[in-house]
Design a protein around this ligand. Structure first.
Ligand code: CDP
Length: 214
């Protein structure tokens, strides 16, 4: 079974995806990490973050260094913001599409796959078996992200995190190519008032219902 999870920044989609994969013994692909890794490799190449060379971004995506997706260096707000900028380029998205579909078609464990991102249920895997769309109030999300950054040893101020998140959300939702939106057949969940364990339990109940039906 293929599970697609889309949603806004710090909505809880990544934690849900990881926990679901662990519980079901599925493989997990954090597709946001791919965009972040491209952004980080551009930064390492010394680019001016205010001017993105599209050809260079496509080259970084095509030569994707997958080890960067595991690097803690991708977990900064600066990388997230650059990732969102390059993610609006159709050429970069096209370059990363094949890799994502290949992962879903042949998950390493041979069991199933969970992918999370912004366009998994709409563009990457429109035929996914189960789709979730996760969102929450933006102040709550910014508070979660601030705490996450602080836990990771970074300096973070709620006001700045909130401002950066508003810009990124707006860009992700309004871009022309693969904007963040719920697929028509996605189950929408607002996590403003539920914690990660409750979200997992809810998602598992949908999974079991789906499993019984098929
Ligand atoms: O963790 P958070 O939700 O804040 O961000 P992420 O999932 O790591 O994604 C970083 C950025 O990559 C997003 O703001 C999107 O612009 C972009 N992205 C995308 O366009 N499509 C995806 N499937 C995943 C991420």
């Amino acid at each position: 079974m293929i599970i697609a999870i889309d949603g806004s920044a710090a909505s809880g989609k990544g934690t849900l995806a990881r926990k679901l994969a662990l519980r079901l013994n599925y493989d997990y692909l954090d597709t946001g990490a791919l965009y972040r890794a491209v952004a980080l490799s551009l930064m390492k190449a010394g680019i001016d973050v205010n001017y993105i060379d599209e050809n260079q971004a496509v080259k970084c995506a095509s030569e994707m260094d997958l080890t960067l997706t595991k690097s803690p260096e991708i977990r900064t707000d600066l990388v997230a913001s650059l990732a969102s900028n390059i993610a609006s380029l159709a050429t970069v998205r096209a370059e990363l599409l094949t890799l994502q579909r290949a992962f879903a078609a042949a998950p390493p464990s041979g069991n199933g796959a969970v992918l999370d991102g912004r366009d998994i249920g709409t563009i990457i895997l429109p035929d996914a078996d189960l789709k979730f769309f996760i969102d929450a109030n933006i102040s709550i999300r910014a508070d979660r992200r601030t705490k996450e950054l602080l836990r990771g040893g970074q300096s973070a101020i709620f006001r700045d995190v909130l401002a950066a998140m508003k810009i990124r959300d707006y860009r992700d939702r309004t871009r022309l190519v693969a904007p963040l939106r719920a697929a028509e057949d996605a189950i929408s969940i607002d996590t403003s008032n539920i914690d990660a364990d409750a979200l997992l339990a809810l998602a598992l109940s949908y999974f079991e219902t789906k499993h019984r039906v098929e």
